[in-house]
Each structure stands twice: as structure tokens, then as C-alpha cells.
Ligand binder design. Sequence first.
Ligand code: AMP
Length: 220
Amino acid sequence: MYTIFLGAPGAGKGTQAAAVAQELNLAHIASGDLFRQALEQGTELGRQAKSYMEKGVLVPDEITIQMVLARLSAPDCETGVILDGFPRNLAQAEALDKAFVEQNKAIDKVVYIKVSEEELIKRLSGRWICRRCQTVYNIIDSPPEVRGKCDKCGGELYQRPDDTPQTVKKRIEVYFAETAPLIDYYARRGKLLEIDGKGSVDEVTRRIVAVLHKEEFVTR
Ligand code: AMP
């Protein structure tokens, strides 16, 4: 099963993709995580992506597409994948379709997680993440028991450098201009499943697993 998780920054894509991938035993590929790993490791890819990520704009397609397609060819992707944060524009969606046609594969389902703009800004500006296990906290809605420490593993919590108010605003603008058209792209192909992203992490995970099974595709 090849599934894409679509949604604005802060919609809960990453958290949900990780939870659903674990539940359904699928590989989880997050393009943002691949870039952040490259940055931490100081690789050429990280160096190329850095300035774009800091500004909250998209890394150029040539770099991104090549990185994700290479990751998709790894053996753990053979039985199924959840793609999180990719594709992020029409050129990436078309490149993915083309690569999959050549490999006799297809995107089966696209889960679109819907959240209001007001909620997105609140979530992103209060977001703290565990450096060790990646669990996401929100200072207002779901703070950790001990400030700065992960409840699950005791790891240190940090704020992403691109979660500052100015970069958050830019990332949301980029989402509406470049990524939101993909909602229609996949709806027209009969692959879109729509989910309400409000509620607890567990509630939303249950909703997603249920629609993936029911296959109630949006018609446009
Ligand atoms: P994310 O963790 O998905 O919010 O991504 C963080 C940043 O990585 C984005 O703001 C972009 O600069 C870059 N990025 C992640 N995925 C993509 C993509 N599919 N295309 C271009 N840039 C991306």
C-alpha cells in the first residue's frame, strides 16, 4: 500500500504518519526528517537544503525528488509506505507518478488531514519535540509533565528553528500556494480520503485507520 499524508504544517501529518505506519506495518518516509538528518550529519544534501528550510520555503524539486525516490528504492519500502511531506507541489506529484508507472506501482490512497488555519498557528508556535524519540508536545494543549523533558523517554525537548512566528507564517503561505492544489489533483484521480484533524492524537489515528479501511473516497 502506497499512501500519501497531505496537510498543512501543523496538521499533525508527522505524528499521525508515524502512528499509522506502526499500526499498519508500513515504512514511514518524511521528507522534512530526511532533510533534517542530512543537516545534522553535515552532508552536501543538508548544505543544499539549509537556506531554504530556514526561510520556510520549498527546497528545489531536483534535490527533493531525487532524495525521496532514492529512499523509496530501499528494501523496507517494498511492501508499502506512508509518504509524509512529499509530494509538496504538482511537479513533485507528477514526478512521483512517472517513477511509479515505470516501477509498476501506484499511489493507492491520499489522506488529507484538515485543520483550521487558526489551529495550525497555535499548534506550530507552541510545538516542542523530543530530540530522542520525536514525540510532539504543545506548551498549551499537551505540555510535558516536567518542563523541557520528554514524558516517554526523558529526552530533551527542542523547538524547531523553523517554528518561529515569521517562518510559520511563510510555511503556511507556501502550503496554500503550492501544496493545497494537490488536494484537487488526488480527488480528481479518486484517491483522496478526508479526515478532520481536530481532537487527540489517538482519536485522529483511529479516524485515519477507519477511513483507510472503508475507502470512502472524496468525489469532485
Ligand atoms: P516539514 O518537516 O515537512 O515541515 O519540512 C521542513 C522543511 O523541509 C520545509 O519547510 C521545506 O523547506 C523542506 N521540505 C520538506 N519536504 C519538502 C518537499 N517535499 N519539497 C520541498 N521542500 C521540502
